[in-house]
Structures are given as structure tokens and as C-alpha cells.
Ligand binder design. Structure first.
Ligand code: MLT
Length: 383
């Protein structure tokens, strides 16, 4: 049995890709998976040790506070102060999440009513659309075009759409395009949200995966952003903790309160020992993050340089562990990704999976071992 609501959702992009990978593996193909962004680098040792220490503490075997442990929320706020210069109150402006995906998926349900329009970047993280549909809202795709640096053209959104719009999702550094946004763009976005009565949800999952001296801003650095914005942080990508399920939301007090109220009715926060590990990750040396970025940068260079040698015209991204590649032939992204898989055993993500404006592109992730990326490059070179 399946609700009508659920029937309207496509299968989750990466679950669908998993099924294809399984089928190829069953045929004996040596699959090189460069599809999902899931760091192969282990979680830093000091974080694992903190988790183990937390797991041995019997106080952590009971329910954690609904809005997250005090230690974790304080660590989140101090990380934001330290890395972005943003001042927040740990008690009213930060909320533990069971991964940023959970917070993003619950945002439309917490903030909106059925029929409200949600402005969604296309291509974009599929959860923005599915969460909107699940809560009875109406997604409106804002195309991210190459000629605009993969930023949405906010001025081109029709007035009748804006009248019904209540929320805008943004995500920089961007998944899947790897584009970055300036603080000036964030200022325009905050003004736009204020001018149109929108909640601004900024997904900052990739904010710490940066290269070549680039530093990604938080939208909360914009004066007055807290009036309308909530930012979603993930420990998954920064500290190689995708399997731990830990993140936090930070920003507008009323939005944090609404999301927290919804969550008290649905879950009981992230495991306290996991929150202890996360708190230690955010408050200790960030050298592990710098070193992971060095590794991703080298892989990015290997991949981009090899694709360019093939004549594919790929730009080196300043952030994220994704490389967004325009398909050099007229093939659609699903056929092109399938061709790569069938001929080389390399799994890439078709751009269409991220929304209609992702058509014409494929995405590579460099969150896989360097030697596998080198092997993938070797196989693709002879395609
Ligand atoms: C991605 O590869 O786009 C993300 O890692 C997927 C996810 O977070 O579910």
C-alpha cells in the first residue's frame, strides 16, 4: 500500500543508481562508482574516540534533549563564530538535526501550508522537490544556467508565482554544479526574500569543501539575514561522517522553533554519543578538513585534466567534491551516463536526476579513492 502523496514521488535518485550498480556487479563488471558524494576518507580518529567515550557514558543511553545536546549546539555556534564570524544563540538559534537531509526534508512541512509555492534550484538536491511535494506544496524550478554562473535569476521569476511563493531553497557551494556564490549574491537573495515574504533556506552542506584559497561565505554573514533565513549544516561532508547522520540548522529563531516543534513530534534528536563526537569535531583542530580538501583537490585535478585532454572543456571547481560536466555530444544525460556505465563500468550521475535544467550535464564525485579515479579516467579516455 502506498499513499497518493508517495506515489507522486520519483524513486530517490541514488537509490535508483544503486539498483543499476547492483545489476552490473551481478554481471561481474568491476564497477567504479563516482556517483554519490560520500567521502571515502575515514572519520577523524579524535572524533571516533569522542564518540566511543560518549557511548560509554550511561547518561547518553537515555533520550537526548529534543533540540539537541547543549554541548553540540554550543559547539555548532562556536564553529560558526570561529569560521564565519557569525554570532548566534545556542539555545534559540541552533537545532541539532539527524543529518541536514532530515532538516531540509522537514522544512516545508514545518513552515508552509498545502498549495504554497516553493522556489527550487534546478538542477538541485532532489530533496527540495520531494519534501515540497510531500507537504502538499508546489515546487517551482528556478533554472541555474551556465551563462549565469549557475546562480538563479531571481528577477525572472514571474509575479504570479512570487505571489504564491513562501520559501526559497538555495545551496552554495552548489550541488550538483559545484558553483559558488558571492556575499553580494547572498545579500540580493536576502533582500529578495524580505521583499517577497519568503523564508530563505540555505543548504550549506559543502561550505567547508573548498580549494585554491577560496573561502565560502555563510548566508548568515549578511546583516539582517537572520530575519528570514535558516541555514542547514551537515557534518557528513566536512568531517566524513555521512553514516553518522548529524547536522544542524542555524538562524532565524522563529524558524528554528517551528522546525524544533515539528521534530519533537517525529523524532527524539540524534544519538547523544554521536552529538558528542560532532561537538568535538567542530571545536578541535580543523586540520583534518584542510587535509581532506587537499586530497579532493588532487583528485579534482586528475579528473578535470584528463577530461580536458579528451576535449571535454571542463572547468576546475572552487568547491564541493563534484565536477559538473557538459555532455560533449547531443546525447541526453541518462543515455550518456548509461553509455559510460556500459562501456567503462564507471558510474556517474545524469544531470536530469537533479531537475530538468540539469539535462545536458553529468556529475562526477571525487569522494572516492584516488587510484579508482585514476582508473576511471583511464577507462573514460578510451571511450
Ligand atoms: C549527493 O551525492 O548529491 C549527496 O551526497 C546525496 C545525499 O546527500 O543524499
Amino acid at each position: 500500500m502506498q499513499s497518493e502523496r508517495l506515489k507522486r514521488l520519483p524513486p530517490y535518485l541514488f537509490a535508483e543508481i544503486d539498483a543499476k550498480k547492483r545489476a552490473m556487479r551481478e554481471k561481474g563488471v568491476d564497477i567504479i562508482d563516482l556517483s554519490i558524494g560520500d567521502p571515502d576518507i575515514p572519520t577523524p580518529k579524535h572524533v571516533i574516540e569522542a564518540f566511543c567515550e560518549g557511548a560509554h557514558d550511561a547518561r547518553n543511553h537515555r533520550y537526548p534533549p529534543y533540540n539537541g545536546t547543549q554541548e553540540f549546539r554550543e559547539a555548532a555556534v562556536s564553529y560558526l563564530k570561529e569560521t564565519k564570524g557569525v554570532d548566534l544563540d545556542p539555545n534559540s538559534e541552533a537545532l541539532t538535526l539527524i543529518g541536514s537531509k532530515e532538516g531540509i526534508a522537514h522544512a516545508p512541512l514545518a513552515f508552509l501550508d498545502p498549495g504554497d509555492v516553493v522556489l527550487i534550484p534546478s538542477p538541485g538536491y532532489p530533496v527540495y522537490t520531494t519534501a515540497s511535494l510531500l507537504s502538499g506544496c508546489v515546487p517551482y524550478e528556478m533554472p541555474l544556467k551556465k551563462e549565469n554562473g549557475f546562480l538563479p535569476d531571481l528577477g525572472s521569476i514571474p509575479k504570479d508565482v512570487l505571489k504564491k511563493a513562501k520559501l526559497i531553497f538555495l545551496n552554495y557551494p552548489n550541488n550538483p554544479t559545484a558553483a559558488v556564490a558571492t556575499k553580494d549574491f547572498f545579500k540580493d537573495a536576502v533582500d529578495f526574500a524580505k521583499g517577497n515574504g519568503l523564508v530563505l533556506c540555505h543548504d550549506a552542506a559543502y561550505i567547508d569543501i573548498v580549494y585554491d584559497g577560496y573561502k565560502a561565505p555563510s548566508i548568515l554573514e549578511v546583516p539582517g539575514a537572520k530575519d528570514v533565513a535558516v541555514e542547514f549544516y551537515s557534518l557528513s561532508k566536512t568531517y566524513n561522517m555521512t553514516g553518522w547522520r548529524l547536522g544542524f540548522a542555524a538562524g532565524n529563531k522563529g524558524l528554528i522553533e517551528s522546525l524544533g516543534k515539528l521534530k519533537t513530534n517525529i523524532d527524539s534528536s540524534a544519538t547523544a554519543a554521536v552529538q558528542h563526537g560532532g561537538a568535538v569535531a567542530m571545536t578541535s583542530s580543523q586540520d583534518c578538513v584542510v587535509n581532506a580538501c587537499k586530497t579532493y583537490k588532487n583528485r579534482r585535478d586528475v579528473l578535470v585534466e584528463a577530461l580536458n585532454k579528451k576535449g571535454w572543456n571542463v572547468v576546475k571547481p572552487k568547491a564541493t567534491f563534484y565536477v559538473w560536466v557538459e555532455i560533449p555530444t547531443k546525447e541526453d544525460s541518462r543515455s550518456f551516463a548509461s553509455k559510460i556505465l556500459e562501456k567503462t563500468g564507471v558510474v556517474v550521475t545524469p544531470g536530469l536526476g537533479f531537475g530538468s535544467a540539469g539535462e545536458g550535464f553529468i556529475r562526477f564525485s571525487v569522494s572516492y579513492p584516488t587510484e579508482r579515479i585514476e582508473e576511471a579516467v583511464h577507462r573514460i579516455s578510451s571511450l
